[in-house]
Design a protein. Structure first.
Length: 254
């Protein structure tokens, strides 16, 4: 059986205790409830407070849950709302395009795949939910980098690593690509991440019209590309899917 980290278990116990009631708790109450010495409990509370997970009332000295937990919780809910809103539309996208459909969100220095619809044929495929993809070379990532300042900062802070011979590794070339993506409203990855594979992606916006993710289709380059360019009907299908999900998230018509 895998060993657990005792300090994390204790911190989790503190957070659950504070989440279980509607009042602030003092150090003695918390220590007795979780069965730890006051000194140990105070150390846990001080660390949680430094990270923003716990707040201390300056007058009473009692503790309550902090704003950082709310931010993390909202992020969790946002991703799940995005996925829920996209389920039907990405199914339709895979069916109409004949290719695999993906929904991705910014996570740390890359794109996290939160939903994946298999290509509608009998070929063997592997579910990629939970996989991370690069920001600078994938269509999903380029869209986020073009429209989301946080994603762009992540690209600027990282390296433009060559993954294939077609990956953009020059800052000047990448900046020109960002200008093109913003002008067109969609991005392409033509064998920049995987040899023989092409993708096209478009941004998903929320009610504030801020980018919260991107949708894409991915397939063999000969099916996605014609005469060096992404087939127009595939671009249209991806953009319409992104618009539909955005409308469901409250972005309105655009």
């Amino acid at each position: 059986m895998a060993r657990t980290i005792q300090s994390l278990e204790r911190a989790a116990a503190v957070l659950r205790l504070l989440a279980g009631g509607d009042r602030r708790l003092g150090l003695s109450d918390i220590a007795s409830s979780i069965g730890l010495a006051k000194a140990t409990t105070h150390g846990l509370l001080r660390t949680l407070q430094q990270e923003g997970f716990v707040e201390q009332d300056p007058r009473s000295g009692k503790y309550q849950l902090g704003a950082e937990l709310l931010r993390l919780g909202n992020s969790y809910l946002d991703v799940h709302e995005l996925r829920a809103r996209a389920l039907v539309w990405t199914d339709d996208l895979a069916r109409s395009s004949g290719e695999s459909a993906y929904l991705g969100v910014l996570h740390q220095q890359g794109v996290l795949i939160v939903h994946h619809v298999f290509r509608p044929d009998d070929s063997r495929q592997v579910l990629e939910v939970g996989a991370m993809q690069p920001l600078h070379s994938t269509a999903l990532g380029k869209v986020l980098a073009a429209f989301d300042p946080v994603a762009r900062n992540a690209v600027d802070d990282g390296e433009l690593t060559a993954i294939t011979g077609r990956t953009l590794t020059s800052r000047e070339d990448f900046e020109r690509e960002m200008v093109r993506v913003r002008a067109l409203g969609w991005a392409a990855d033509l064998e920049e991440t995987w040899e023989g594979v092409a993708s096209v992606a478009a941004p998903v916006l929320d009610r504030r019209r801020m980018p919260v993710g991107s949708v894409a289709i991915t397939g063999a380059v000969e099916r996605v590309v014609d005469d060096g360019a992404v087939r127009p009907h595939l671009v249209a299908a991806v953009r319409e899917c992104a618009r539909a999900v955005s409308r469901d998230l409250g972005a309105g018509r655009f």
